[in-house]
Design a binder for this molecule. Structure first.
Ligand code: ATP
Ligand code: ATP
Lengths: 218, 218
């Protein structure tokens, strides 16, 4: 669960390696370019030079032992397809691929990639939104230890009001909204609103507090 | 303020054009490749085929009349540099550039770009964070009409407690935290906390509610 194989050390793959390592994850970094492998050696758990389109090499480094693989081997669709197919054949549960274009996105989805990233499209959309709505600061600017989660209303909360439950004080969580079963949500709910089993709580708070709440209310 | 010039219609530029147009912004789309210009013609306000490294052409289409330019002309650093310099010379206030690498990032910053985007680095970091902390849903998944903002404590609020101010009911805003003058913030503040003039309110709510509050508390 905290073991990752990252294949392809371009800007994207490198950023993934660096961030995963900063978060203390175990990372095996792979690239066919030995210079790139060398420059990341000290940062990750291990780094190996090999051609990931060669199934034998991938198997030799234990590629199949990872739950999650992140693949970004550049514009060559054939290379991306081969690497994805090898990883799935070796039993990797979650194969994430960076696609070089919307067309590649389609193809990679069809051959079994579990998640496809289009950095340019994502970045373009985000930039446009932030230019039109500067008031909505990118939430990813909120500090790293803050999380957002949605919870079914726990049995113990049925028919109680938000005010009487005193959630902020008891759980260090902030309810920012209530979702109904259709997915519509209300951010302007009254503190006197009584919670029901068909609702979900939209919650913000410290990630530790969120985890604690999840454990407790199971 | 809602007039944009987008130069370069690769995946990034295209995504910017599409999103800005969806948000009803005025968009002039530019590319040297007439096929790309044609395919976006019906989506944007206007689309023109020209070489943006040619200052005369840029001036001819009124490049200087835009407040914001978004430039993504590919891997050729020289082309990016030329386009940025021309736009600044024509008087464009905000020139945003997509850089092809961390090295380009440095150079473009030094020659006057106001904001530089590195989609692969951003995407790699975000992916890594979401893999380690699946519990923290990407806030940009919160619906488009929700915003986050920070406000100085209005004079009328000095020395009052959050509880007595009843901000959620009066302003449809949710205070998720309080920032002090050093930038440190507290998400677990007590409702009995008295607000002071050295603090900032960290607020989430409907964007309309945020705007109203901004107007009112000036
Ligand atoms: N078959 C392969 N096996 C291992 N590594 C490979 C293979 N093919 C390409 N690579 C590596 O993948 C990396 C891809 O980076 P490149 O800059 O070409 O593309 P990219 O994915 O578009 O990069 P970026 O993330 O910067 O946008 C390179 O470091 C390259 O050496
Ligand atoms: N001097 C120029 N004037 C106008 N358009 C240009 C100029 N140079 C390049 N372009 C255009 O900019 C676009 C750049 O897209 P390209 O796919 O090469 O790079 P990119 O910025 O890496 O794209 P992506 O956003 O897909 O990552 C192309 O459509 C190209 O025609």
């Amino acid at each position: 669960a905290d073991k990752f194989i990252v294949i392809g050390l371009g800007e994207f793959g490198l950023a993934v390696c660096n961030k995963l390592s900063d978060l203390n994850m175990e990372v095996l970094a792979i690239d066919k370019d030995s210079e790139k492998v060398q420059s990341i050696q000290t940062k990750v758990t291990s780094a190996v030079t090999l051609d990931a389109t060669d199934e034998v090499s991938l198997k030799a480094v234990g590629g199949g032992n990872f739950d999650t693989a992140i693949v970004s081997v550049g514009d060559d669709l054939e290379a991306s397809v081969l690497v994805v197919l090898h990883l799935k054949k070796l039993g990797v549960k979650c194969v994430i691929v960076k696609a070089a274009s919307s067309l590649q996105d389609k193809v990679l989805g069809m051959i079994g990639a579990d998640k496809i990233i289009l950095p340019e499209v994502d970045a373009g959309r985000r930039l446009a939104s932030s230019l039109v709505n500067p008031i909505s600061i990118d939430f990813s600017e909120l500090p790293q230890d803050i999380g957002y989660a949605e919870f079914r209303v726990p049995k113990a909360f049925y028919n109680k009001t938000i005010a009487e439950l005193d959630i902020r004080r008891k759980y260090s969580l902030n309810i920012i909204g209530i979702k109904n079963e259709k997915g519509a949500f209300d951010l302007a709910f009254s503190p006197e609103h009584k919670l029901s089993d068909s609702e979900h709580l939209m919650v913000i708070g410290n990630k530790t507090s969120i985890k604690k709440f999840q454990e407790k209310e199971k």
